[in-house]
Design a protein around this ligand. Sequence first.
Ligand code: SF4
Ligand code: SF4
Length: 240
Amino acid sequence: MQVKEELCVGCGRCVLYCPVQAISLSADRKLAVIDQDECVECGACLRSPACKTGALYQPELTWPRAVRSLLSDPLTIAPESGISGRGTEEMKTNDVTARFKRGYAGVAVEVGRPLLGARLRDVEKVAQAIARFGVEFEKINPTTSLMADPKTGKFKDDLLDEKVLSAIIEFAVPIEKLPDVLYTLERVSHEIDTIFTVDVCSRCNPDGSIPHEELLARGNWWYSINVKTNVGLGRPLAAE
Ligand code: SF4
Ligand code: SF4
């Protein structure tokens, strides 16, 4: 995002709309200044009603900076999935897609949060730690498309310094491997300059119990059981 200096009146209204605090006022408080290294190109300031003079504008983004918008602006459509947002629709539509079969856990690691964001260098560290389990990263996912080698979780080198609001790493693992994956994530959380949350999804047993719940309790991980029911999406299309 950029500021047309001739239109900016230094009112400062845009400053509070930035989720990563990339906007500040110049020392003489006459102009808004956007830290281009910190700006994640989320578009929030431009979409907001803050600027009454039209001083904010979005120049065309080229590679590699364009990945900031891909993972940070909820209105940017990812070419891989054809949907906006950072992940796929898998977690929300597992009742239909049945991607996560019995005996497996679907996992999404959401790296970065408002205020902090995430450098892709840190997203790569998390992905590389997970890749050692031989998982296949979800193909229809914008984060996977940034990897030079999805087998190792290595990202394209020219992307590593790019900053995004957050990135979602998605994969499925045999459920018995889930504790080891979580211990590994716990270890790598101390090696990065941001935070992540972990979503785990598994198909309920016929008696209504949740297969991964006992594993989480045994490992003493804090968790919250959430359910998303998508009424009217249809029946599972894939065989059990
Ligand atoms: S595009 Fe987003 S990150 Fe960049 S200055 Fe505007 S609100 Fe902040
Ligand atoms: S809201 Fe517009 S005019 Fe006010 S400081 Fe921000 S860019 Fe400048």
